[in-house]
Design a protein around this ligand. Structure first.
Ligand code: KIV
Ligand code: ZN
Length: 517
C-alpha cells in the first residue's frame, strides 16, 4: 500500500465556516499561500455557491496557488457543482468535493428522504462533477453513524460513478479510535472496487478524539487526512493538521507512513491563521501552544540541561520555533533585520525589507528593544495593508481622564475626500468610535472588542481585535500600535474597509445579474 498520506487542508472551508466574522479575499489568499508553502497536497478553498464573496475567493485562490491542488465544496446538487466548476476553472487542475448525508438520522430527519434517493443523488452529482474534472471527491456526511451496510454500498456506488477519493467523515466526533479504525477496515474488506479510490477521513473533535481517530484510520489504510491549522472548525473543531503531521514525522518508524509537509513552516502558519481568524491558541495546545516546549519543574529543567531528549520528543526548531531570541535596537542595521527574518523562516522575497526596516526603526525609537515577536507583528501589519483601502485614519487626537467625558477628533480619508469629525464618549475608545461613525456612511454595530499584547514585555505592541455587524454579517478587523487607542481606531478602520470590499463584490454580482437579464 502507498505510504504517503495526502494532507487535505480545510482551514478555509470547514475552519472558516466556524468563525464569528468571515475572512476577506485578501486574508484567505494569505492563508492559502501559507498553507501551500507548508506543503499540503490539497487546499479546500471554500463553498462557492454559498456567497459571492466565497465564489470570488475560491477563484482567486485557484488562480494563484500553483503547488497544491485547489478544491471546492458542493452539496450533491448540480447548481453547487456548477459553481465549483465555474470558480475553479481558472486553475489547470482542480478537485470538486461533493457530499451528502448517509446516516439514518441525517437521511430521515435532515434530508427527509430514503437511502435509495440519497444514493441516486450521490451518483448523479459525481457524474456531473466528472464533466468538469477527473479529480472528484465524494463524502458520506455523518459516516461515523452510518450503518456499515449502507456505508459500504454507497462507497462502492460512488467509486463506480467516478469518485477518485471517497471521504469517510466522523462529522459529529462521536466514534472512538478503535471503532473508527474498524469502520475503515470494514470498508476496505467489503467494498470490491476499493482499490480504485483513495480513502480519506475527516474527523471532528467533539469528544477530543479527532486526531486519534484520524491516526487509527491511517493505520487501517486511509491515505488522506482532512484537517485544519490549529484544529479550527465547526463546534470543537477538526483534526489538527500540525498534530497529525508531527505524529507521522515523530513516529514514522512505527507507522510506516509520511507526508509532504514542510514541518518548519508549522509555527508560522499556525500564528498567521490564529491572528487572521481571531482564534487564540490555548497555551498547552500540542505542537503550537506557547507552552508546548516550556519546561517548568526543577526536575524537568535539570533533565533538559543534561540531555534535551529526556523531556522533548521533538525539538521546537523542527516545527519552526526559533531557538535564540535576539534583542534588536535602533542601532541594528538592515542586514541584522534581514538575518533575523531569515532565522524566523522568512525569505527576502516574502516581504519588503525597506518597508519593514522603516517600521522597525519607528518602533525601536518608541520602545527601545524590539523582539522577534515584534518583528513578526510588524510584518503581519504590513501584509494587511497590501490592499487598496477606501478608508484610512490620517490623524487622531483623544483626551480623557479626570472629567466626565472623553473627547476625540479625527481626520479620515474616505475615498478621495478628507473628513474631519469630533465626538465625546464615556471613554476614549467610545469617543473615537463615535467620531468615526459620524464620518462614514455605514450603519454598523461593534459586537466584540479585545485588546491583547503582541510582541514581548510590558512595552510590547497593543493589538486590537474587533468584530462589527453590518447588514446581518460579521466583519473582523485588527489594528496594531504602541498606543492601544490608535490600535483600536485602526481595527475599526480595517473592519470598515472589509465592509467596503464586501459591498463592491455584491455590487459587481448585481451588475452581472442585470447584464445577464
Ligand atoms: O464534517 C463533515 O462531514 C463535512 C463534510 C462536508 C465533509 O465537513
Ligand atoms: Zn466537517
Amino acid at each position: 500500500m502507498e505510504n504517503q498520506v495526502i494532507i487535505f487542508d480545510t482551514t478555509l472551508r470547514d475552519g472558516e465556516q466556524a468563525l464569528t466574522a468571515s475572512l476577506s479575499v485578501h486574508e484567505k489568499l494569505q492563508i492559502a499561500l501559507a498553507i501551500e508553502r507548508l506543503g499540503v497536497d490539497i487546499i479546500e478553498a471554500g463553498f462557492p455557491v454559498s456567497s459571492p464573496g466565497d465564489f470570488h475567493s475560491v477563484q482567486e485562490i485557484a488562480r494563484t496557488v500553483k503547488n497544491a491542488r485547489v478544491c471546492a465544496l458542493a452539496r450533491a446538487v448540480e447548481a453547487d457543482i456548477q459553481a465549483c466548476g465555474d470558480a475553479l476553472s481558472v486553475a489547470e487542475q482542480f478537485r470538486i468535493h461533493t457530499f451528502i448525508s448517509t446516516s439514518d438520522v441525517h437521511v430521515q430527519q435532515k434530508l427527509r428522504k430514503g437511502f435509495d434517493d440519497v444514493e441516486a443523488m450521490a451518483i448523479n452529482a459525481i457524474k456531473f462533477a466528472r464533466k468538469f474534472t477527473d479529480d472528484v471527491e465524494f463524502s458520506c456526511e455523518d459516516a461515523g453513524r452510518t450503518p456499515i451496510d449502507n456505508l459500504c454500498r454507497i462507497v462502492e456506488s460512488a467509486i463506480k460513478a467516478g469518485a477518485t477519493t471517497v471521504n469517510i467523515p466522523d462529522t459529529v466526533g462521536y466514534t472512538l479510535p478503535n471503532e473508527f479504525g474498524g469502520i475503515i477496515q470494514q470498508v476496505f474488506n467489503r467494498v470490491p472496487n476499493i482499490d480504485q479510490a483513495v480513502i480519506s477521513v475527516h474527523c471532528h473533535n467533539d469528544l477530543g478524539m479527532a486526531v486519534a481517530n484520524s491516526m487509527a484510520a491511517v493505520q487501517a489504510g486511509a491515505r488522506q487526512i482532512e484537517c485544519t491549522i490549529n484544529g479550527i472548525g465547526e463546534r470543537a473543531g477538526n483534526c489538527s493538521l500540525e498534530e497529525v503531521a508531527m505524529i507521522m514525522k515523530t513516529r514514522q518508524e512505527f507507522l510506516g507512513v509520511h507526508t509532504n509537509i514542510n514541518h518548519q513552516e508549522i509555527a508560522r502558519t499556525s500564528k498567521l491563521v490564529s491572528q487572521l481568524c481571531n482564534m487564540p491558541i490555548q497555551p498547552n495546545k500540542a505542537i503550537v501552544g506557547s507552552n508546548a516546549f516550556s519546561h517548568s519543574s526543577g526536575i524537568h529543567q535539570d533533565g533538559m540541561l543534561k540531555a534535551s531528549n529526556t523531556y522533548e520528543i521533538m525539538t521546537p526548531e523542527s516545527v519552526g520555533i526559533a531557538k535564540t531570541k535576539l534583542n534588536l535596537t535602533s542601532r541594528s542595521g538592515r542586514h541584522v533585520i534581514k538575518h533575523r527574518m531569515e532565522s524566523l523562516g522568512y525569505k527576502e522575497t516574502d516581504y519588503d525589507l525597506a518597508e519593514l526596516y522603516k517600521d522597525f526603526l519607528a518602533l525601536a525609537d518608541k520602545k527601545g528593544q524590539v523582539f522577534d515577536d515584534d518583528l513578526e507583528a510588524l510584518l503581519f501589519n504590513i501584509q494587511q495593508q497590501d490592499e487598496k483601502d477606501f478608508y484610512s485614519l490620517e490623524t487622531l487626537n483623544v483626551q480623557s481622564g479626570g472629567g466626565e467625558f472623553a473627547t476625540a477628533s479625527i481626520k479620515l480619508a474616505v475615498g478621495e475626500q478628507k473628513v474631519i469629525e469630533a465626538a465625546t464618549g464615556n471613554g476614549p475608545v467610545d469617543a473615537l468610535y463615535r467620531a468615526i461613525k459620524q464620518a462614514v456612511d455605514v450603519e454598523f454595530e461593534v459586537t466584540d472588542y479585545k485588546i491583547s499584547n503582541k510582541g514581548s514585555g510590558e512595552d510590547g505592541l497593543g493589538q486590537a481585535h474587533l468584530v462589527v455587524a453590518w447588514q446581518g454579517r460579521n466583519f473582523h478587523g485588527y489594528g496594531l500600535a504602541t498606543d492601544v487607542i490608535e490600535a483600536s481606531g485602526q481595527a475599526l478602520i480595517h473592519c470598515l474597509n472589509n465592509i467596503s470590499r464586501a459591498q463592491t463584490i455584491a455590487e459587481i454580482k448585481e451588475q452581472k445579474k442585470e447584464a445577464n437579464g
